[in-house]
Ligand binder design. Structure first.
Ligand code: G3P
Length: 215
């Protein structure tokens, strides 16, 4: 399972790269708005740091506008993936971009039928938002299972990218289900490595060694 980081923060990305776990990056307008530098500048820097796919989202809501934005975004670097919202106009844009060999990440997916449509249109990635479904008392991870089942049934190549991840259990369940990618905030990557018994054990190893006078 590939690990993407869901952030536009350069320091977090650099830290995850140094940890050796990062396969790609997803950004969105809300994440970009938290950073001081302009979006395209940030994307350029991210693409220099991370060789894997970097999702850059369009802001237009009509296909023509989405395609015009995509044309500019792909100039940033070869590893830019265009993030398109899953609406009817988005399908038109996904089809056109896929036909041009441009990778698309279909975002804001909340149902298996939306996932089926974006796969048919040619999206390289589908991003179901599990945390936001959980927020409205709907099982986000059930959606992942449904999408995986449907995609396997028809041999779609679209990768299932679990998004809106809020905690380590989302990541564990995604791995058990065989999701292709999970994108998560830095906080979740950090939570994944932590275990209290590791910390207690490490403290004891060091204390025992020092107690024996080995300094
Ligand atoms: O990858 C999508 C993500 O950025 C949305 O996450 O936590 O705002 O629902 P969240």
């Amino acid at each position: 399972m590939k690990f993407f980081i869901d952030t536009a923060n350069i320091e977090e990305i650099k830290t995850a790269v140094a940890m050796g776990v990062l396969d790609g990056v997803t950004t969105n307008p809300s994440l970009a708005a938290r950073e001081a530098a302009p979006y395209k500048e940030i994307l350029g820097e991210i693409c220099r740091i991370v060789p894997g796919p970097v999702s850059a989202e369009v802001l237009s809501t009509d296909a023509k506008g989405m395609l015009a934005e995509a044309e500019e975004l792909v100039k940033i670097a070869d590893n830019v993936v265009i993030k398109i919202p899953t609406i009817a106009e988005g399908l038109v844009a996904i089809k056109a971009l896929a036909e041009d060999g441009i990778k698309v990440n279909a975002t804001l997916v909340f149902s298996s039928m939306q996932a089926l449509l974006v796969a048919k249109a040619g999206a390289a990635y589908v991003s179901p938002f599990v945390g936001r479904l959980d927020d409205i008392s709907t099982d986000g991870m059930q959606l992942i299972e449904d999408i995986i089942t449907i995609y396997h049934q028809y041999n779609f190549n679209t990768e299932v990218l679990v998004a809106s991840v809020r905690h380590p259990m989302h990541v564990q369940q995604a791995a058990l289900m065989g999701a292709d990618v999970v994108t998560m905030p830095f906080k979740v990557i950090d939570q994944l490595i932590k275990h209290p018994l590791t910390d207690i054990g490490l403290e004891k190893f060091i204390a025992d060694y020092k107690k024996a006078g080995k300094n």
